[in-house]
Design a protein around this ligand. Structure first.
Ligand code: FIX
Ligand code: ZN
Length: 434
């Protein structure tokens, strides 16, 4: 499969859909189905064109992605303080030089740049940056965005929408966005994890909340969420939580989560997405690249699934050490849906390990991946890589099943891939996404 090999539709010869596959035929069918099944990308940091400059695309944004910045500081003498004084173009120049000219781009994130350039037929050698700037500069976002989604085999993406972000807020207050390829997700980090520095913002908007989230606060947060639910029409509410997250405890996080956010999710029929295990800003000099990972205590998740059986939880955990526990909890709690191989886990070796583990424990009842893309074109390489990693894993699963005596057909494989790429999410959100 090349990075541009996503097909617009599967095979149309009806006969093949009921044909029993021989073990040797399975690999080709799996590859073909993965390539032709459009994915719903359930967690990104992309923005629709309605958000103007918040939507990032083009080579300079790709090169200054925080995944590459973290790698850059390891291979360059430029210190973070000096780097942040540079313009965006100068930063991209420095990263190109250090990671692509002076070293081979063999890490996952740097290979992604090469895959994107190559997908557009652009040179990947020393002349690449100049040519790429010319190419990206000539694009106009609306048509280009659809072309990128088509190349990536993505039918729609879910954004990360922070109701307390002033730039985003302006768009939502002026009628919001109408691009069917983009869905909203109501992100609540500032409210759930940053209450002491954000409650006043709610208060200034007319919600009667206080510093300790006491008294009327929970009810008022629910009123705030209802207003934003109406404004954004989100597919889910979401928060990223530190490795130290505990539930229940006497924190404001626990209180607002249990008394306001989860009841609101129930009221609106929305799942709650929990992304657990980040250690924010272990090296603040690196800014967005300065976050790390820690193993979490997933008993907090057990307590949530148990205490709130009417809530549906979409869960991703950042630590490799937590993955097995997460899959086991999903076997215990029907209201828990594991998703994605998040951030530092999104490397082929780890995706392979986690996905095999999930298939063995959960069958097809999980969502294998989300892209977490921040820059539009990243969906091309991230989804290409996901399909490439999934192909041998699924092939092996069907070959084992065949060896154990089952009939394997294209139709069954298609049904399963649909479930992994789309239907599990649609069922969880009770919405048919584009
Ligand atoms: O909290 C999140 O949604 C994280 O995915 C991001 O904040 C993180 O910086 C990222 O981009 C990871 O891929
Ligand atoms: Zn994210």
């Amino acid at each position: 499969m090349s990075a541009t090999s996503v097909k617009s539709a599967g095979r149309r010869d009806g006969s093949s859909s009921v044909r029993r596959l021989k073990p040797k035929q399975i690999a080709a069918e799996v590859q073909d189905i993965l390539a032709s099944t459009q994915v719903i990308d359930i967690h990104t940091h992309l923005f629709s064109p309605a958000f103007g400059k918040l939507g990032l695309w083009g080579i300079d944004e790709l090169l200054t992605y925080h995944y590459l910045e973290a790698e850059f500081f390891r291979s360059s003498d430029i210190a973070p303080e000096e780097y942040w004084r540079l313009s965006k173009t100068e930063r991209a120049d420095a990263i190109w030089k250090a990671l692509f000219l002076e070293n081979s781009p063999i890490s996952e994130s740097t290979r992604g740049i090469i895959a994107v350039l190559s997908a557009f037929g652009l040179p990947t050698d020393a002349s690449g940056l100049h040519e790429a700037r010319r190419f990206f500069h000539a694009q106009s976002i609306e048509r280009y965005m659809r072309r990128v989604f088509q190349m990536a085999g993505v039918s729609s993406v879910v954004m990360t929408n922070d109701p307390l972000d002033p730039d985003e807020r302006a768009v939502w207050m002026n009628g919001g966005q109408r691009y069917p390829e983009f869905h909203a997700a109501l992100r609540l980090d500032r409210i759930l994890c940053g209450w002491p520095s954000h409650w006043q913002q709610l208060a200034s908007e007319g919600y009667a909340v206080d510093e300790r989230a006491s008294g009327k606060s929970a009810g008022e947060v629910r009123r705030f969420l209802a207003d934003w639910h109406k404004r954004m029409g989100p597919l889910y509410m979401a928060v990223s939580l530190p490795d130290s997250f505990q539930f229940p405890d006497d924190s404001i996080t626990s209180k607002v989560l249990s008394e306001a956010v989860l009841p609101s999710c129930c009221e609106f029929g929305l799942p709650m997405s929990l992304m657990i295990g980040v250690r924010r800003q272990v090296n603040p000099k690196l800014r967005l690249a300065g976050d790390a990972v820690g193993k979490a205590d997933l008993r907090a998740l057990e307590n949530l699934c148990h205490t709130f059986p009417d809530n549906r939880f979409l869960v991703s955990v950042l630590s490799r050490e937590n993955q097995h526990e997460l899959a086991v909890y999903a076997r215990k709690f029907k209201n828990l849906l594991p998703f994605g191989c998040w951030w530092f886990l999104n490397n082929p070796s780890i995706v392979e390990e986690i996905t095999k583990e999930r298939i063995e424990l959960l069958g097809t009842s999980f969502i294998p991946q989300h892209s977490d893309a921040r820059v539009l074109e990243q969906v091309i390489y991230k989804w290409h890589n996901t399909r490439r990693t999934l192909a041998p894993i699924l092939t092996n699963a069907y070959q084992l099943l065949h060896a154990d005596g089952a009939e394997i057909t294209r139709q069954k494989i298609q049904r399963d891939v649909n479930r992994l790429f789309r239907a599990n999410f649609e069922e969880w959100t009770r919405r048919r996404a584009r």
